[in-house]
Design a protein. Sequence first.
Length: 172
Amino acid sequence: MTDLHIAPATPADVPMILQLIRELAEFERLLHEVTATEEQLRKVLFGPKPSAEVIMGRLQPGGEVAGFALFFHNFSTFLARPGIYLEDLYVRQQFRGRGFGEQLLRHLARLAVERDCGRLEWSVLDWNQRAIDFYKSLGAVPMNEWTMYRVTGPALQKLGAAIAAVDDGDRK
């Protein structure tokens, strides 16, 4: 019998975390967008002010990594409570269909309850019907009336520069 042991990642896991991120990006057809490095991950996950957390799912016995989840806290003004935003949930191809994704999600739900969070949320690519069906089977509800927006790269730099110029003008 193979069990999944779920535990917080450690700095020693950083190379594997980056490998899993790349595997996920390849699955999502977005590998060309991955610029993360081990150094960056080490800083944001284990530095003086961590921005995110990772849990690792390892097979027992043996310790082989089957998957991971990367998440961080957000906040709901309507609930006046923190939440957990699941950025990435990934189970490696050879371990899918064994309930490991559900175990990782249940672990995060337990963390959310323990931390008095008001919700656990995530995004899913609209073409990933298998994942959509899986999430719905667990009671997740799509937020169909919401559209996610993103500013990145040069557009983020330009937007930030425009705001900085306004802020600097207010100080003069």
